[in-house]
Ligand binder design. Sequence first.
Ligand code: SF4
Ligand code: SF4
Length: 164
Amino acid sequence: MQDQINNLPKWAKDKHKENKTFFTKLKKKPPKQLDYIMQELHEEEFERTDCLACANCCKTTGPLFTPKDIQRIAKFFRMKEQQFIETYLRLDEENDYVLQSVPCTFLGADNYCSIYDVRPKACSEFPHTDRKKFQQISNLTLKNVAICPAAYNIVEAMKKRIPK
Ligand code: SF4
Ligand code: SF4
């Protein structure tokens, strides 16, 4: 797994043009059964992929924290929301709350998330490959294939499964 993670930025760069062309076409004319196809590809991939052997998303990029996430996680720590924000978060260029630093401070050395049951929505949904109308998050996916081996494999499988 670590070899794949190390090679991922280069592989993603090599495939970038091909992926961009594929997603441009997909956006213009998404197949009727795209939601179903994505669900199937996502499930197949995550039967093979062990996120606990990876955790590259938690190590290299942090989630956005919505007001609901902040409320829930602060309560879990029995902290006031403001205190939680000051301790762990900062505002990014788009005025969203993000982690002060990566790897994520809630990630353990064993790759377990110490706030798993209350983790941000963005974490529980990453890499978003089973979301409906997947063609709408093409730009995000083009970035995620350089971070997430599962997302990379899913996009490769999509290109084989969906006729050009
Ligand atoms: S909150 Fe948990 S799942 Fe989310 S980035 Fe941190 S360690 Fe990973
Ligand atoms: S979601 Fe992707 S990047 Fe995150 S741990 Fe699982 S395989 Fe790795």
